[in-house]
Design a protein around this ligand. Structure first.
Ligand SMILES: [Zn+2]
Length: 307
């Protein structure tokens, strides 16, 4: 009897261990599947201050002004940032894995070095849609973007709708000034032929009128990119539940992720001028890495991607 009792007890123990293992596995899979629902990782104490300790801070970022020529923060002027409404155009990213394109708009600002530090920690590359006037103010950061393998892309010289959207030739003149500003800051023609229209492509004469702008861009060798995922970090008016900004940005990210996770091309827009967006960045990267994404640069896509 003794010889049969011992294996039975062992089998019972084994069953209990299996149950515990199964419960643990279920709990782990719950965490990874519900990345957008889980509680924030312990990044709440991290603060991001936008100060200009190394570079000039005459940035207009935190000093709203009616001066139309220096206002990179006016992404959506009166209307909210146009969130995507259309199905993404079919464009084929290289490689077969899950890929997402991180994009940062309106900088480089005094917060951009923090963004670069965070990206380095995750070995993630990104496309920076830079404003020429910000490049002039933060030339060392522009240089760092290039040196660390990111894409230094165009978001015009002035980001001033009253100047750039007069017509295609005014627009291209502003773009040419951006390229000169980059040359001067970095020391050579380091700018990518990749552009994002300030306010999104529908700002360029509307969906029907933007064709002339695109023709001019293509003639100069550029491809234009909008986005589908975003944090609404330039549309705080959308925070109708009055959540803390950090929570509102996370919720917006999760909602747009859910909407566009099956798109052929996933492009996430973040403003590297917004402290709460920068504070949220590690959490977003954790989420994307846990979901198996790799991070691509937009110059590997060979056609426009517009809303
Ligand atoms: Zn912008």
């Amino acid at each position: 009897m003794k010889r049969t009792e011992t294996p039975l007890r062992l089998r019972g123990l084994a069953r209990r261990l299996l149950c515990i293992a199964a419960a643990l596995a279920a709990a782990l899979s719950l965490v990874s599947v519900q990345g957008c629902k889980k509680k924030a990782p312990d990044t709440g104490t991290q603060t991001v201050e936008i100060t200009g300790d190394t570079e000039p801070t005459s940035s207009p970022l935190n000093s709203p002004t009616v001066e139309p020529t220096v206002e990179p923060t006016v992404e959506p002027t009166a209307a909210p940032t146009p969130e995507p409404t259309a199905t993404p155009a079919p464009s084929t990213p290289s490689g077969s894995g899950k890929k997402i394109y991180l994009t940062f708009d309106d900088g480089p600002s005094s917060a951009t070095p923090t963004v670069l530090d965070i990206l380095a920690r995750y070995n993630a590359k990104a496309t920076f849609f830079t404003v020429g006037r910000m490049v002039q103010q933060n030339p060392n950061t522009a240089k760092r973007i290039v040196e660390e393998g990111h894409l230094l892309a165009c978001h015009t010289m002035t980001h001033d709708f009253k100047i750039i959207y007069v017509g295609p030739s005014a627009f291209m003149n502003d773009v040419a000034q951006w390229r000169e500003a980059v040359k001067k800051a970095v020391g050579y023609d380091a700018g990518a032929y990749v552009i994002r229209f300030p306010g999104g492509s529908t700002s360029a004469g509307g969906r029907s009128g933007r064709g002339a702008y695109l023709d001019a861009l293509h003639a100069a060798g550029y491809h234009a990119f909008d986005w589908n995922l975003g944090l609404n970090d330039k549309w705080l008016a959308g925070n109708t539940d009055h959540l803390p900004v950090y929570d509102y940005l996370w919720k917006s990210y999760c909602e747009t992720y859910a909407m566009y996770k099956n798109s052929k091309v996933m492009i996430l827009i973040i403003h590297d001028t917004e402290p709460e967006s920068v504070r949220l960045l590690p959490r977003i990267l954790e989420d994307l890495v846990s979901k198996g994404y790799e991070f691509g640069l937009l110059d590997e896509l060979d056609e426009d991607y517009l809303m």
